[in-house]
Design a protein around this ligand. Structure first.
Ligand SMILES: [Zn+2]
Ligand SMILES: [Zn+2]
Length: 238
């Protein structure tokens, strides 16, 4: 029996963009709305959210895209602001910062106010992304020998650089390894030709209209960097 991730990848390969990024984007949206609607009052999640000082830059901003959640966001962040104020209050009787050379000589104990104000764990969403990313890349690595899945990958826009590298590094089977390389190579060869065509058509002497190469510049940037909003501040995909 095939794992769920196998079917999800197959369905997502027909959509534009990296299938793994697109699945992760769906998962992040779902996770954040669960966080806002169900976990706001869950003590363990609340504790982890506070320890991470909320979410990373990317995911913290994605939180704001969930309309109608202002109350949940207020509750989650109230605790964080409270924690920060408490840390500052506790440190108000501590001596002033020492000159940098004195601190270097003593060695940084990591107990400075700056360190204590920082997060003591990673972003909850980044952690979820890392776990899900592992599941999808493992499923593709294990089932690349499957004709249906391979065909869908071949006809797709390919994986982003980060996810292609992750799938490659998980693949032990020599035939599967070779399949992965030749599929992604063919996709990059097509992309390069489209970029060449786009660049050539930007010559003022060329008057023929743009074809599918018209947005190759933007597809290339996304395929190399990964789709928008996938890699949070804590992780850049391996
Ligand atoms: Zn990707
Ligand atoms: Zn994050």
């Amino acid at each position: 029996m095939k794992p769920l991730a196998y079917h999800e990848l197959g369905d997502m390969f027909v959509e534009p963009g990296c299938a793994v990024c697109n699945l992760l984007r769906r998962d992040v949206r779902h996770y954040i709305s669960t966080l806002l609607y169900e976990f706001t009052l869950d003590l363990d999640v609340n504790k982890a959210f506070r320890a991470g000082r909320g979410l990373c830059n990317e995911h913290g901003n994605q939180l704001l895209e969930h309309k109608g959640s202002s109350l949940s966001i207020a509750i989650l962040y109230k605790f964080i602001v409270k924690d920060l104020l408490q840390i500052i209050e506790q440190s108000s009787e501590e001596p002033k910062p020492q000159p940098i050379f004195a601190r270097l000589r003593k060695g940084d104990t990591g107990n400075s106010l700056a360190a204590r104000l920082g997060p003591s764990r990673s972003c909850l969403v980044c952690d979820m992304v890392a776990e899900a990313e592992g599941r999808y890349t493992q499923a593709l690595s294990e089932h690349i020998g499957d004709e249906t899945l391979r065909g869908k990958y071949e006809r797709s826009e390919g994986l982003c650089l980060s996810h292609f590298r992750q799938v490659l590094s998980r693949t032990r089977d020599p035939a599967g390894y070779q399949s992965l390389i030749s599929i992604q190579q063919a996709i990059w060869v097509r992309l390069e030709a489209e970029l060449d065509e786009f660049i050539a058509k930007n010559d003022y002497q060329r008057t023929d209209p743009m074809g599918i190469e018209g947005d190759s510049w933007s597809r290339a940037a996304r395929r190399i960097a990964g789709e928008k909003g996938i890699f949070g501040l804590d992780r850049r995909g391996g």
